[in-house]
Design a protein around this ligand. Structure first.
Ligand code: PLP
Length: 281
């Protein structure tokens, strides 16, 4: 069952008019929220980021936090599986095609749930491969916009190369993955680029930095050069659906000794323990 504009209904019965600005312009924002043991993970943080995205496109939030929490609770109940991931999607609504904002239009609100499988254990042991590409996205990558054409094209490069992710470089600096944030380990220091308009402020990124802080893993947020990326002892990606994954090959070259490193292993252990704590909480 999905939620669309005030109604809960089967996916097959859900339709949106062709003049929806999401369809016409990609004029909208979204969120992806993992659910573990039927509890949304870091809900407050996801809803704050949604507000940031809505502010970024000057679209009024159609719901209060309490209303969102209620809709989310209901969607979780209506769908099977203890672990799910929720997709929230808000567009500027249906209006005659014109670039400028329409007046007095009601936003389209859509929520769906999908099963959330645990990251395959095999990948945590072997690591995954990634390729690099030039980050040719726009200048507001901090907005979780539904217009994802550059991300789609960049991610397909990885699929074509039988890799898991495309790691992006802008002006010789690491930004993020096509659908993930990136961390490296250099001289025993966990490093990731700072949160600014060049990257999506990842919720998992925040959890990893918090865990590093709490558990004494030396870390810093700063710009990372292409050379530092290529010569890193470890590289890992983070996202709500993939959690933390070790990248052991970059553009066909091994990273470190080509197997997941100790910092990844420590962070993954901490992340799994933290998830359990939150679910029990
Ligand atoms: N960066 C991009 C471009 C993403 O699409 C995503 C998530 O899909 C992330 C980073 C990771 O964000 P989060 O940890 O909130 O899932």
């Amino acid at each position: 069952m999905i939620y669309l504009n005030g109604k809960f209904l089967p996916m097959e019965q859900a339709t949106v008019p062709v003049l929806d600005r999401g369809f016409i312009f990609g004029d909208g924002v979204y969120e992806v929220i993992p659910v573990y043991s039927r509890k949304p993970f870091r809900l407050g943080e996801h809803l704050s980021r949604l507000q940031h995205s809505l502010d970024g496109i000057r679209l009024q939030n159609p719901h209060t936090e309490e209303q969102w929490a209620g809709l989310i609770e209901r969607i979780i109940e209506l769908n099977e599986g203890d672990d799910q991931y929720l997709y929230l999607h808000i567009t500027r609504g249906v209006a005659k095609r014109d670039h400028a904002f329409p007046r007095e239009v009601t936003p389209t609100v859509f929520i769906m749930s999908n099963p959330l499988p645990a990251p395959p254990a095999k990948l945590l042991v072997s690591g995954v491969s990634a390729i690099t590409a030039r980050d040719n996205r726009w200048g507001r990558c901090d907005i979780k916009a539904i217009s994802l054409l550059p991300n789609i094209l960049l991610r397909q490069l990885a699929v074509d190369a039988q890799a898991m992710e495309t790691i992006l470089l802008r002006d010789g600096l690491l930004t993020e993955g096509a659908a993930s944030n990136i961390f490296i380990v250099k001289d025993d220091l966990l490093l990731t680029p700072p949160k600014d308009h060049r990257i999506l402020p990842g919720i998992t990124y925040d959890v990893v930095l918090e865990l590093a802080e709490t558990h004494g893993v030396p870390h810093a947020t700063r710009e990372i050069s292409e050379l530092e990326l290529r010569t890193a002892r470890e590289i890992m990606l983070t996202s709500s659906t993939k959690e933390i994954l070790p990248i052991t090959q970059l553009d066909g070259q091994p990273i470190g000794n080509g197997t997941p490193g100790p910092v990844f292993q420590q962070l993954d252990r901490l992340y799994q323990a933290y998830k359990l704590e939150v679910m029990r909480g």
